[in-house]
Design a protein. Structure first.
Length: 329
């Protein structure tokens, strides 16, 4: 194992994290707290995700992509609630492989996405660990008072939509582990999706204004729709043949002889970070216009009925899932 060349905790904060801090609310990272003023007419929305080496990212993944994935999975949560992000708290548990160059690389990734998504660091903690590296982020956002879109608003008669493509998270993990036989460009696209997924922050306002319930697709489409159905106390019926696939996903799927089994892997694999949501049928045209205006792919995959759980069909026949998605220990 290479020697670890690092400065102390406070040197790391001063040299690497202080330049990322919010110029006012972060207090220069010289204090033990951040002070965030209230915003009239808005609720403060918070989400928190952690990623662990060997579980959510690979031991040899570049740390700039690890930092960006951490931020983006949190941004995806806020987007599915209809919220506007503005700042975050960060905890870094550096492993033995995280020397000074690796820490610089991690912060380079944060800097890129701070600029891309308009957020800033508010504070946090940094420690060393003999175990695997892990990182945790608490992301804060604003939403007009009382307008947060939860999982519990779906009603019978609503339609079910999903943004983007489904399955690239699972395929991306297969790609970075050299388990796919696709052309290099498609492997690269899938690998990029796994390491730096794109949260649908540009769609947050549409979710806030037109969705009755929403969830980001992190555990797998079937599992996350199950969470929504449970919270709303409804039944969600979807047609698996309508599940949107990327160009790479379509090529992989068409090369399989086990069509239903292959599609099940894509809709249960997780790490897609798209938004699945329900909305009144009368709002379908408006939702589609907003998606087109943002050049965002949108697919209607089913409907909400009375009952419970998720009912999926493939080729007109019902499909039962042994494992609807990823579960956290």
């Amino acid at each position: 194992m290479p020697a670890v060349d690092v400065a102390g905790e406070f040197e790391t904060i001063r040299r690497l994290f202080a330049p990322l801090a919010h110029p006012e609310w972060g207090r220069g990272l010289m204090d033990d707290v951040a002070v965030v003023p209230t915003r009239a007419g808005h609720d403060l929305v918070l989400t928190k995700d952690a990623i662990v080496e060997g579980v959510h990212f690979l031991p040899d993944d570049p740390l700039d992509t690890v930092a960006r994935k951490l931020m983006r999975v949190n941004l995806s949560d806020l987007a599915a609630k209809g919220a506007e992000p503005f700042g975050y708290l960060l905890a870094c548990h550096w492993s033995q492989r995280c020397g000074w160059p690796e820490r610089v690389t991690f912060c380079d990734g944060l800097r890129l996405d701070q600029k891309a998504f308009g957020v800033a660091l508010l504070g946090g903690d940094t420690v060393s660990t003999p175990g695997p590296a892990s990182f945790s982020m608490t992301l804060l956002g604003w939403i007009p008072k009382g307008r947060t879109v939860g999982r519990a608003g779906a009603r019978p008669g609503d339609l079910v939509f999903v943004t983007g493509a489904i399955g690239d998270g699972w395929l991306g993990l297969e790609a970075v582990q050299d388990r796919l036989s696709l052309d290099p460009e498609r492997i690269a696209a899938l690998s990029d999706h796994y390491r730096t997924p794109m949260p649908r922050v540009e769609f947050a306002g549409v979710v806030r204004d037109l969705a009755s319930a929403a969830v980001d697709v992190s555990d797998g489409l079937i599992a996350d729709l199950g969470h929504l159905a449970e919270a709303s106390r409804v039944r969600i019926e979807i047609d698996l043949e309508l599940a949107p696939l990327s160009a790479a996903g379509q090529v992989w799927f068409e090369g399989r002889v086990d069509g239903q089994d292959a599609l099940e892997k894509l809709v249960t694999g997780g790490d897609d970070y798209e938004i699945a949501f329900t909305a009144a049928a009368r709002d379908e045209a408006a939702i589609r216009r907003e998606a087109e205006r943002r050049h965002l792919r949108l697919t209607k995959i089913g409907r909400v009925t009375a009952g419970q759980g998720v009912a999926a069909r493939f080729g007109g026949k019902p499909v039962a899932f042994d494992r609807p998605g990823f579960t956290h220990g």
